[in-house]
Design a protein around this ligand. Structure first.
Ligand code: GLN
Length: 483
């Protein structure tokens, strides 16, 4: 097995501390990471673009501020990799699609702006499944990303480039988006921490929309604490995002070290063997996590989330339905690629035929079909009923339980090419992660042991909306035991 994973990670909080106190410069930190990228990126392909010049300018700016004794943010000098479906001003943003070739956004996404304000050094744009549709990063128009733990395996997806960048030590922090599991599943497969925040908790202004009622932006990190720090930085109300929540507090760190002996944890039986396709070794690790929480004094009980059985089907109607509408804007007129034709309609058709990959086309067709007159009630309408049922299931459970637990991914990282020709098998990857997206709740994946193949396994902690503190608290307890 050819591993590209460093023996030890340097945490973002440690880097920020060293840079802020002047013990090391931001530029030194950056150069160290750029060297590492230069050495291993050709094998991993985590990035669509490494923004060397802009990163150097940003790091130098941070060093100047520190030299002048000015205040710098909590991510001073921390290299951050950003998924290539988040807008970066003047820097190509492709969503790993040919259709956006040559397009440079005129503005930064709010999360990018906030990261810069916090002193972070943006090092580049990471690879993804085209328009975030996929679970392996093999649907990228620019070639797949490989898992740094074993280059013959996928990193998961769709934020595979972000997960791989953190796992390979290219950056201690990366940003991804999660519509059905695209942060948590690759985090699980790459052995890093990944968080999907509460819907509306992190601004999506400047995120290229896939399925607007599900999309959330969140962090990847090598520790729960780092993820919480970044979440604090990127979270909060944004008037530029109409779905943004006007929350009062955004502090996730305070309770991190608090003991969990007063908490009640529900273990989702449907995802622990109730539904087919979740491997035994993954369930075993989740059971070990359960033992850790019990030993720490939490009250742990098996519970049922009956609607979980229908989530995958509902998601694969709702997400494509919204995607078919969101992606209609890529028409050859407003952005990137244009393939001419005899008239406007032909130009639209030529551009979309040439510009979109197979999976994106599959979703547009599925979504258009599900929304068409006569089928709407049977498909889209029914999917919404499942969503409602699921919300009721969760609400009832959270009257009694503080958090829920399940595996993150049904299996460890699979081989490149193994599932790419069978969309249904690929879709099953999301069975444990989709429920949180459908109801807009937060969830975290943390590395917890390894499979027979030596590849990382992740455990997922789900929490009620806006209850990230307790989610981080429980995840931190597990993290301590996993080390
Ligand atoms: N794998 C899921 C899909 O293909 C989820 C993707 C995501 O979360 N962006 O739709």
């Amino acid at each position: 097995m050819s591993s590209m994973v460093p023996d030890q990670y340097q945490s973002a909080s440690e880097i920020a501390e060293l840079v802020t106190t002047g013990e090391i410069s931001a530029i030194e930190i950056l150069e160290r990471h750029l060297n590492h990228i230069e050495q291993y990126e050709k094998d991993v392909h985590a990035f669509n673009l490494v923004t060397i010049d802009e990163a150097r300018a940003a790091a130098e700016e941070t060093d100047k501020l520190i030299a002048k004794g000015e205040r710098v943010g909590p991510l001073a000098g921390v290299p951050v990799a950003v998924k290539d479906n988040l807008c970066t001003e003047g820097i190509p943003t492709t969503a790993s699609s040919k259709i956006l070739e040559g397009w440079k956004p005129p503005y930064d996404a709010t999360v990018v702006k906030k990261l810069k304000e916090a002193g972070a050094t943006i090092v580049g744009k990471t690879n993804l499944d085209e328009f975030a549709m996929g679970s392996s990063t093999e649907n990228s128009a620019f070639g797949p990303t490989r898992n740094p733990h074993d280059l013959s395996c996928v990193p998961g997806g769709s934020s595979g480039g972000s997960a791989a960048a953190v796992a390979a030590g290219f950056a201690p922090i990366a940003i991804g988006s999660d519509t059905g599991g695209s942060i948590r599943q690759p985090a699980s497969l790459c052995g890093v921490v990944g968080v999907k925040p509460t819907y509306g908790g992190v601004s999506r202004y400047g995120l290229l929309a896939f399925a607007s009622s599900l999309d959330q932006v969140g962090p990847f990190a090598t520790s729960v604490k780092d993820a919480a720090i970044v979440h604090e930085v990127i979270g909060g109300y944004d008037p530029l995002d109409s779905t943004s929540i006007k929350q009062t507090s955004n502090s996730f760190l305070e309770v991190l070290d608090k003991d969990i002996s007063t908490l009640k944890v529900g273990v989702i039986s449907e995802l622990m063997g109730g539904i087919d396709g979740i491997t035994r070794e993954v369930i075993e690790q989740a059971n070990k996590a359960v033992s850790v929480l019990s030993a720490a004094g939490a009250q742990v009980e098996e519970i049922s989330l009956p609607a979980a059985l229908y989530c995958l089907s509902a998601y694969y109607l709702i997400a494509p339905a919204e995607a078919s509408s969101n992606l209609s804007r890529y028409d050859g007129v407003r952005y990137g690629l244009r393939i001419d034709g005899a008239n406007l309609n032909e130009m639209n058709v030529n551009t979309r035929t040439e510009g979109f990959g197979d999976e994106v086309k599959r979703r547009i067709m599925l979504g258009t079909y599900a929304l068409s007159a006569g089928y709407y009630d049977a498909y889209y309408g029914k999917a919404l009923k499942v969503r409602r049922l699921l919300a009721e299931n969760f609400a009832a459970l959270y009257k009694e339980y503080d958090v829920l637990l399940s595996p993150t991914s049904p299996c460890t990282a699979f081989k490149l090419g193994e599932k790419v020709s069978d969309p249904m098998t690929m879709y099953v990857n999301d069975v444990c992660t989709i429920p949180s997206n459908l109801v807009g709740h937060p969830a975290i994946s943390i590395p917890f042991g390894h499979g027979q193949d030596g590849m990382p396994i992740g455990v997922q902690i789900l929490a009620p909306p806006m209850k990230e503190p307790v989610m981080y608290q429980v995840a931190h307890t597990l993290e301590m035991a996993a080390q």
